[in-house]
Ligand binder design. Structure first.
Ligand SMILES: [Zn+2]
Length: 281
């Protein structure tokens, strides 16, 4: 059976928060087996939580976890990298409340983790899959279905309604290598016309062409994939599903979802754990 892993050494990431615009950094610290992914406040180590024990907040435009008088925001790209690279045990020491946006994708996290190296541990890795097909849906046509599986696949349909945002569907089985090459590099995107409103709400304060694909009358930067936007939606979904206690196995079929909807899966797992099962591979 596959065994748990941690990092061989610490690795630090520094940058700015895309929403706060503030400088922030985090250090990934190797951790003993069965620690899980634990976020902690570097200036007050008592403020900490283990991923999968706290229901994510209802919040627009980013994934936020709040507990113990402390919060961490924009965790999704980091969580996608940790889960898809099978970093089971790690402490994320946060300096600041927002995970740095770096280049807007998960690729810098992937490269940093691979450069630090992975260390196998004795304990067996746990995965999660639902016992039976789960379906989350609302009246706006947003939906996520998850079927039990020993693999991880995503079929995603976006509702961009904008010709420059590219293809709206993406479907693939997603083993780690595929994630590293085809999903992790896809960057955050935004519409130029929405920027003033976001900034009024104190969001996107740190967004720039160095971390965001900007869609105006034309695309303001070069893209890494013709369908980079829908790939980024898949990246965000993987990151949000990363807030389950363990890495998810399942066939995921999602439509029009973003962070505020994706969080329902982690909430369901915490509130109805009897409908989920742990799996070893
Ligand atoms: Zn994102």
């Amino acid at each position: 059976m596959l065994r748990q892993q941690t990092l061989k050494q610490r690795v630090k990431f520094s940058g700015i928060g895309v929403h706060s615009g503030l400088a922030s950094s985090l250090t990934l610290v190797p951790a003993p087996q069965d620690t899980g992914v634990v976020f902690c406040n570097a200036s007050n180590p008592e403020q900490r939580f283990r991923v999968g024990t706290v229901i994510p907040e209802v919040a627009p435009h980013a994934t936020v976890i709040k507990t113990n008088g402390w919060y961490v925001t924009t965790v999704e790209h980091l969580m996608a990298a940790l889960r898809m690279l099978d970093v089971d045990n790690v402490v994320v020491e946060m300096q600041g409340n927002e995970v740095p946006i770096l280049d807007g994708s998960a690729l810098p996290f992937v490269q940093g983790i691979l450069d630090a190296g992975l260390q196998e541990q004795d304990a067996v890795r746990r995965y999660l899959t639902p016992k039976e097909k789960l379906r989350f849906a609302d009246e706006k046509g947003r939906a996520i279905e998850i079927e039990p599986s020993e693999h991880f696949s995503i079929s995603y349909t976006a509702d961009f309604n904008h010709p420059l945002a590219g293809c709206t569907t993406f479907s693939a089985e997603i083993p780690s290598e595929f994630f590293i090459d085809k999903i992790a590099p896809a960057r955050t995107f935004g519409y130029l016309e929405q920027l003033p409103l976001l900034r009024q709400h104190k969001l996107a304060q740190g967004s720039s062409l160095s971390n965001t694909i900007v869609i105006g009358q034309e695309l303001l930067n070069d893209t890494r994939f013709p369908d980079e936007c829908v790939r980024h939606k898949v990246l965000d979904l993987i990151g949000d599903l990363g807030l389950l206690p363990y890495r998810l196995l399942g066939a995921v079929n999602a439509s029009k979802t973003s962070h505020n909807f994706n969080r329902l899966v982690a909430e369901h797992c915490l509130q109805h754990s009897e409908l989920w099962q742990e799996v070893n591979l």
